[in-house]
Write a protein that binds this ligand. Sequence first.
Ligand code: IMP
Length: 422
Amino acid sequence: MSVSIIVGAQWGDEGKGKIVDMLSEEADIVARYQGGANAGHTIVFDGKKYVLHLIPSGILHPETTCVIGNGVVIDPVALMEEIHMLESMGISVEGRLHISHKAHLIMPYHKHLDAAREKQAGSIGTTGRGIGPAYYDKALRTGIRIVDLLDRDVLREKIRHNLEEKNQLLQALYGAEPIDVDAMIDEYVEFDSRIDPYITDTTLLLNSALKEGKRVLAEGAQGALLDLDHGTYPFVTSSNPTSGGACTGLGIPPTAISSVMGVVKAYSTRVGNGPFPTELNDETGELLRTEGHEFGATTGRKRRCGWLDIPALRYSIMINGISEIALTKLDVLGVLDDIRLCTGYVVDGKVVKSFPADVATLSRVECTYQSYPGWKSSLDGIRSFADLPPAAQHYVEEIERLLETPVRWVSTSPAREDTFLR
Ligand code: IMP
């Protein structure tokens, strides 16, 4: 049995889409295990740019089967838009995309509630895609699942029951307009007829494929530090992007996992609120943002930028079991005179050994930095490690040394061909 998991090792936006797209060539199935349309995976090939929010990046390889697992929360509008976009670009989806009948649906009231909550004090800075409220209903056991679409009466009753409560919440607590029950039922009945060809028991599909010796790539969305349990809570997403989430989010056993690859951006970024120890609120941060086009693929928001954070990455490697790294966006650092790596955290004059669990402490850490000379040149056209400028090679080797984990892949541009194996 062979499942390789790909996780984002930081706060998301590490460039997982590109790495999954590249590794899809070797995989029979690519399966997404958590999150929803809050993700934005950008892939560039043949000069075309594709941004996928829900459908696994493997869909761009005609031979690859794609799965959206039970752990994902599905926004019908986003899903249909994405299928339409792919089909209109000549990429056939039907017969290749399989959606779990156990996945939960994002309903319009989830998006309304997400938006309303974000207007309150102490907001998380969510993507506004209804993710938190949908997982909340899942945990509360009032969520609506894909399987509920099969029975119109059950669907009608569940929507009606949910809306009774949500409309009260929207009106009383947030002063928002109530939602019309009948219009919503019609919308979801119409969605059911369109989604029907894709729905299946993906747990069975994946486990049967594994028995036959097929190779599965499990694709995480967001990043480990946004994990609901292990991230910088409460400034996290509402699912488990860490490798453990792949088992529950797909229904595959831990014994099927053969490797975990962590995708690491050569510097750090974070969208939304929450602590960010190595953040650069200066010209260097601005330069990284412009050079790295650090604007959210889903919301267009500015990403906060900072130096690579070794203590945070050590923690991420530990909780995910990362055995190899794909290092992305190394080219972006080519504009800097010198580059820093945060090698340790100090709080109240004491070196901190473990990653702080509370936001208050994490917001107070002082970072210890190590400086490295920049290479001050473009990495255009470089397709091997040996051809990298010596300073860039040294930076990569230092990351490996400090993390005690090999950097197996290095990516030097958004294009598919500019990723090479060490
Ligand atoms: P939510 O997932 O929309 O509830 O947002 C919760 C937090 O996760 C916010 O800080 C978002 O900016 C962040 N987030 C969610 N999805 C992504 C992503 O794909 N990349 C980076 N940050 C994300």
